[in-house]
Design a binder for this molecule. Structure first.
Ligand SMILES: Nc1ncnc2c1ncn2[C@@H]1O[C@H](COP(=O)(O)OP(=O)(O)OP(=O)(O)O)[C@@H](O)[C@H]1O
Length: 352
């Protein structure tokens, strides 16, 4: 997907949006605080809001051009939106909701195999059920399926996960990624949650005050914001359960074994670990109560507010820790040095 938007929209002096960007990618995020103009951007792209002037070009097709007098109607743009409150048709079954967009889609565009999509979204057993009898996560999966079956060339996800709890969020994220990859539908994922942006996108447009302020990677964005954040940098660790030992759970994380107190019986999990919960030693510490002692190599250090961020490599995995400037100086923490990272079993927070 290649999207260029050079447009202006002024809401009677109340809010002024101006963008001039081109982004290329399949999983693109739009990140910004509330009121920064994200939904307005979505509305402009979908054709629900008309720009005052400018041009919108998607994959070489001009959707809007004030200069050339082009304004493609929303239903012809082939851009589908999934909102937070997905507004399914309450009187229709799951199947009828799913097929709504499909039936309205011209036959030449019906390229998605309905059965395959139903299977990817795990909706097989629910097709006859009324949508009022679905859980929040199931409803979101139906909304996603309905949008995908309209065979869009671009899917817009506007804060569509923000009402879900962490476990449900991860479930939808998994389905969205699988469906997007299997059916080759790129998405623009709009969110004020850095976690969602990190889990779902590989590049991100940052918005503030009605402007696109920059284009970066989610990883870079997380590092840049780490200094201002109350919780530091949140490492996301995908792990596989090995066994239970005493009151602790043992997980495989890359080549390491991690001891975690907040485990469960599921085979896979994602844990959050704050950069502030990692203590660094330059020599092997003896007699430590913390359950995790990882030998790591320092890959990089970078300024983070009044602290120093430390990028560590543990086997093939990366961890970000942070230390105060004085500690970094005293310990002479620098690239290529070996250090030991010590982490308490109780420092991991389970996301799923
Ligand atoms: N039709 C409108 N008329 C006047 N002002 C509007 C209109 N639509 C949006 N705005 C204003 O534009 C600004 C940006 O709104 P927008 O919904 O795009 O922000 P957002 O980044 O999506 O916020 P959120 O994350 O809270 O949804 C807000 O100040 C909003 O009040």
């Amino acid at each position: 997907m290649e999207l260029s938007m050079a447009v202006a929209k002024n809401f009677g002096g109340a809010f002024d949006l101006r963008t001039d960007f081109t982004v290329t990618g399949e999983q693109v995020g739009v990140f910004g605080v509330s009121g920064s103009g994200k939904s307005t951007l979505v509305g402009l792209l979908a054709g629900l809001i008309e720009p005052d002037h400018g041009e919108i070009v998607l994959d070489g097709d001009c959707l809007f051009s004030s200069g050339r007098g082009i304004n493609v109607p929303p239903q012809e743009r082939r851009v589908a939106i999934v909102f937070q409150d997905s507004c399914l048709f309450p009187h229709l079954s799951v199947e009828s909701n799913l097929l709504f967009g499909y039936r309205r889609c011209p036959t030449r565009h019906r390229q998605i195999d309905v059965k395959a999509l139903v299977s990817v979204l795990k909706l097989d057993g629910l097709l006859d059920r009324g949508v009022n009898r679905l859980s929040g996560g199931e409803k979101q999966r139906v909304a996603l399926g309905r949008a995908i079956l309209s065979n869009p060339r671009l899917l817009l996800m506007d804060e569509s996960l923000s009402a879900l709890d962490d476990a449900l969020k991860l479930q939808i994220i998994h389905y969205l990624k699988r469906a997007s990859e299997k059916f080759r539908i790129p998405y623009l994922f709009i969110s004020h949650s850095l976690l969602e942006i990190r889990l779902l996108t590989d590049q991100v447009l940052t918005m503030g005050g009605g402007r696109v302020l920059g284009q970066t990677t989610p990883e870079q964005l997380a590092r840049e914001r780490m200094g201002q954040s109350q919780v530091g940098y949140i490492n996301l660790l995908q792990v596989e359960k090995l066994r239970k030992m005493g009151g602790l759970y043992v997980y495989r994380w890359g080549m390491e074994e991690l001891f975690v107190s907040a485990g469960d019986d599921g085979p896979m999990a994602v844990f959050e670990l704050s950069s502030r919960d990692i203590i660094l030693f330059t020599r092997h510490p003896e007699a430590v109560s913390a359950r995790n002692l990882l030998k790591c190599t320092v890959m990089d250090t970078f300024p983070s507010g009044n602290k120093v961020g430390v990028e560590l490599r543990c086997g093939h995995e990366t961890l970000i820790a942070e230390v105060v400037v004085q500690a970094a100086d005293d310990l002479a923490i620098q690239a290529r040095h070996e250090v030991y990272a010590v982490i308490k079993a109780s420092s991991f927070r389970r996301l799923s």
